[in-house]
Design a binder for this molecule. Structure first.
Ligand SMILES: [Zn+2]
Length: 262
């Protein structure tokens, strides 16, 4: 008698489910680390191909997201919700964890991306002609600029759409100990870009001069990184990779750039 393929699939599905449940139970205790976005607590975060033990199993936050929340919370003792309170916020390539929180507090919250569908605006960050001058108080663009052909134009556009006193929160991948940003427009294949810039769709790899690029379009820049926090807080929220990546293109030392229009 022929056995239905659905019946054969069942044990492996159950096995996979049990494995998942036991992995989650293992991760849940003891409660050593805590995600400052979703509140998940556990033994350690999970790994990705770049860094071991850095991804929240609940909301998928990475070091840069938790560093961003810690950085926002570090300003005058405010919470990160306070920072967006009553602000007009334009959020590029919105991270799931932040996207679910910010609309509750902002007076206006607009999500945008050039490629991703289903957001409020389809917007090229280097040509925001659909957006009026000074239309927003806060622009968030985390790990966006490395994908943009003309990143100087993008920085100018962010500056233009911000109100005076407004702020952009920006992160970019930066190669550890690279002084000058490296870009080569002759590198166009996905394979070559991955080999040289670290990812198939990256157009450059930023160096330590990134703040000066923001300053050159008029911003006043403040940099927040893990060394601005106590070791206890860094360990608790994993604001720094617990194991440094040996990949020469990895960003081990993440920074949050607060670019203010004054
Ligand atoms: Zn989380």
């Amino acid at each position: 008698m022929a056995v239905s393929s659905d019946v054969l699939k069942l044990p492996s599905q159950v096995f996979r489910q049990l494995k998942l449940v036991s992995k989650r139970a293992y991760l849940a205790y003891p409660k050593i680390v805590e995600c400052n976005l979703c509140g998940w607590q556990g033994r350690h975060f999970i790994s990705d191909c770049w860094h071991p033990y850095t991804i929240c199993p609940e909301c998928r936050s990475e070091v840069r997201h938790r560093l961003l929340v810690a950085a926002l919370s570090s300003i005058n003792g405010l919470t990160y919700q306070d920072i967006v309170q009553n602000k007009r916020v334009l959020h590029f390539a919105p991270e799931k964890a932040l996207k679910s929180t910010f609309p509750k507090y902002a007076s206006k919250y607009v999500t945008a991306d050039y490629l991703v569908e289903g957001l409020d605006m389809k917007l090229d960050i280097s040509d925001m002609s659909a957006v009026q001058d000074e239309a927003f108080d806060l622009v968030i663009a985390c790990d966006v600029l490395e994908h943009v052909p003309n990143d100087t134009k993008a920085m100018q556009e962010i500056y233009r759409v911000l109100s005076v006193g407004g702020c952009a929160i920006i992160t970019v991948p930066q190669q550890d100990n690279l002084k000058e940003t490296f870009e080569d427009s002759t590198i166009i294949t996905p394979e070559e870009r991955k080999r040289v810039f670290g990812q198939w769709d990256h157009l450059r790899i930023y160096g330590d001069n990134f703040p000066s690029l923001l300053e050159s379009v008029g911003f006043v820049v403040r940099v927040v990184q893990e060394k601005n926090f106590s070791q206890k807080l860094v360990n608790k929220h994993v604001l720094f990779p617990p194991v440094l990546s040996k990949n020469p293109l990895a960003t081990n030392y993440r920074k949050i750039f607060f670019a203010r229009k004054v």
